[in-house]
Design a protein around this ligand. Structure first.
Ligand code: RI2
Length: 307
């Protein structure tokens, strides 16, 4: 996929979900590698410009800058190569990186599926390929589960979740976002499982707006709150959720402002769930408590990756 169309699609949320954003950005960077440039420095400079454009497309999912920065880091390590060698090597490492992300999803599906018991009622929010991967694996293992999914205003990504899981055979019930507290009691929810846009160094979670309210409700009712996140979603730069920019999108996604003249409409699309509300995070390396996010980051990135 070429750079301009990936940037546009990410901005318009036609490419969405933190992992898909990371993979699409990597293939956009690869399309730049394949384009003509006479020298390696020229190609590196084109990659830097492309990286900047990609990173500006959506601010809250760290998988996007992580993916771009990793590729720039690889490019920088190869800066002494001839342009044809540079192109060949970098292209092959980008496709390895993409494969690694897909493998991570597969590993998380397996590890996460072990956390779910037959008979569990699981509540999820928004649409996460990672959570769906786990739930499908659980179903494949013939564990009988029931999934409750929120519709996820304003963009209704919950509809995607509902369609995907129910077409796989999993019993799904959809509720409006504000029914979570009530339904947790009425349908005796056992576990909440959500995806992640960013996991901060201290284990705070940035995820779809409404996640933090669900976490508070889960805590009140002693329901396990599980996050499913590949290591690409861990942010080496954010000490706490407070310093991650929360994306605010067009109010028109909620309502035509002309219909509510004189009313200010706000549309923040992510929120911060404090790590103390999170019981565990499933990653491709295993299950960790949120407090161990620092160790996972140090293990994965060392301190080499730059902003
Ligand atoms: P996967 C989504 O955001 C949701 O917040 C979801 O939890 C997260 O991305 C992770 O998605 P959006 O892109 O990588 O719909 O698990 O705003 O698919």
């Amino acid at each position: 996929m070429d750079l301009e169309s990936v940037v546009k699609k990410i901005r318009e949320m036609r490419i969405r979900g933190a992992l898909d954003i990371a993979i699409a950005s990597a293939s956009a960077m690869n399309s730049v590698v394949e384009k003509s440039a006479k020298t390696t420095p020229e190609l590196i400079s084109n990659l830097r410009k492309a990286g900047k454009k990609l990173k500006s497309a959506r601010p809250s999912a760290v998988s996007l800058p992580n993916s771009v920065n990793y590729i720039l880091y690889l490019a920088d390590k190869k800066r002494d190569l001839r342009v044809d060698e540079f192109r060949r090597e970098l292209s092959s490492e980008i496709s390895d990186f993409i494969k690694e992300q897909k493998n991570a999803l597969n590993k998380i599906s397996e590890i996460g599926s072990r956390l779910i018991d037959s008979g569990d009622v699981i509540l999820t929010h928004c649409n996460s390929d990672t959570v769906n991967g786990i739930l499908k694996r659980v179903w494949k293992k013939r564990k009988k589960i029931h999934v409750i999914c929120t519709e996820t205003r304003p963009m209704y990504q919950g509809h995607i979740t509902a369609r995907e899981l129910s077409s796989y055979g999993i019993p799904v019930t959809m509720i409006i976002d504000s029914a979570v507290h009530h339904i947790m009691k009425e349908l005796k929810v056992d576990k909440v499982m959500v995806g992640a846009d960013t996991v901060c160094v201290n284990g705070d979670l940035i995820n779809k707006i409404g996640t933090s309210q669900i976490a508070v409700c889960a805590k009140e009712q002693d329901i396990e709150f599980i996050v499913a996140a590949e290591s690409i979603k861990f942010s080496p730069l954010s000490i706490t959720g407070k310093i991650v920019e929360i994306e605010k999108r067009d109010p028109k996604e909620i309502i035509d402002p002309k219909k509510l003249k004189g009313v200010k409409i706000l549309n923040p699309v992510f929120d911060i769930t404090n790590s103390e509300y999170i019981d565990m995070i499933v990653t491709e390396f295993g299950v960790i408590p949120p407090q161990a996010s620092y160790n996972l980051l140090k293990e994965k990135f060392g301190w080499g990756v730059q902003a």
